[in-house]
Design a protein around this ligand. Sequence first.
Ligand code: NAD
Ligand code: IMJ
Length: 257
Amino acid sequence: MGKLLKDKNILIMGVANKWSIAWGIAKKFIKEEANLIFTYLGDKSRLHLEKFLMEEGIDNPKLIECDVSKDEDIENAFKELRKEIDVLHGVVHSIAFANKDELQGFYYNTSREGYLVAQDISSYSLVAISRNAQPLMTEGGSIVTLSYLGAERAITNYNVMGVAKAALEASVRYLAVDLGINNVTVNSISAGPVKTTSAKGIRDFTKLLRGFEDVAPLKRLVTTEEIANTALFLCSDLGTGVTGENIHVDCGYHIVG
Ligand code: NAD
Ligand code: IMJ
C-alpha cells in the first residue's frame, strides 16, 4: 500500500469482469490511493464493477457507459466526467474487439467490415478518447493502452487484431507528439498472454500458453499484477520521462525465438 497516485483522477476503460487486465490495474491503482472513474460496456460489466468496488470498500463509484464505437458515447462520457472532476491525470485504455470469425484461418480472408470493426474499436478509439481527454488534462498526465506482440510479428490466429494493434502502437507515437506539449505522456504496454475473456475462447490458446512458458526467458506466464505495476509506473510521477514507448511486459518472450 502506497500513495503513488494520491490526488490523481484516472479514467479506467475496459473492465468486463474480474479477469480483465483493466480490473487488475484498477485494484493496483486503488491501493495507491487514486481516484478512479470507470467506463463500461453493457449491464453485466456494470454489475461486476459495482460488486468489485464495494468489495474494495469504494461506495458510490462513478461509472459511465461508453461504447467506443459511438462518437456520441465517447463525447457524453467526457461530459459526464467533467461533472465529476475538474482535472484528469490519467486514462487507461484496455479495449479491443474483432469479430470472432476473423481470429482464425487465413488473414487474407479478413472481410472489409471485419477489418474496419477491429480498427474502429481497438485502435481509432484511442485517438477519439485522447482528443476528448486532452482539455481535462491540464496538469499533465498519462494515457496508457494495452497492446500485444501480434502487432510486431505474425502470430497464429491473431490476424486482423495484429494489424489493429500495429495501428494502435503507431497512434501512440503520434499522440505522444501531440499531447507532449501539454505534458501528457502516451504509451502502450505489450502484455504477454493472460487468460481473460478476450483470450479464453481463442483456438489453441492453452497450447500457446505452454509454448510461451517454454520459450520466455523467465520460463513462466506474466501476471496481471505485473502488467498493473507497469501501468502504475507510467501513471505515477515515476514515469514522467517516458512517452511514445511500447513497454513489453511479457517475461522477455519478445527477445527470443
Ligand atoms: P477483456 O475482455 O477483459 O477486456 C476487453 C474489454 O474491451 C472489455 O471490457 C470489453 O467490454 C471492452 N470492449 C469491447 N468492445 C468495446 C466497445 N465497443 N466499447 C467499449 N468497450 C469495449 O480482456 P483483456 O484481456 O483484459 O483485454 C484488455 C486489453 O488487453 C485489450 O486491448 C487486449 O487486446 C489487451 N491484451 C490482452 C492480452 C491477453 O492475453 N488477454 C494480451 C495482450 C494485450
Ligand atoms: C486473440 C486472438 C487470437 C490469438 C490470440 C489472441 N493470442 C492472444 C490473444 C495469441 C494472446 C488475446 N489478445 C492479445 C487479444 O488482444 C484479444 C483480442 C480479442 C479477443 C476476442 C475474442 C472474442 C471475440 N472477439 C475478440 N476480439 C478481440 O468475439
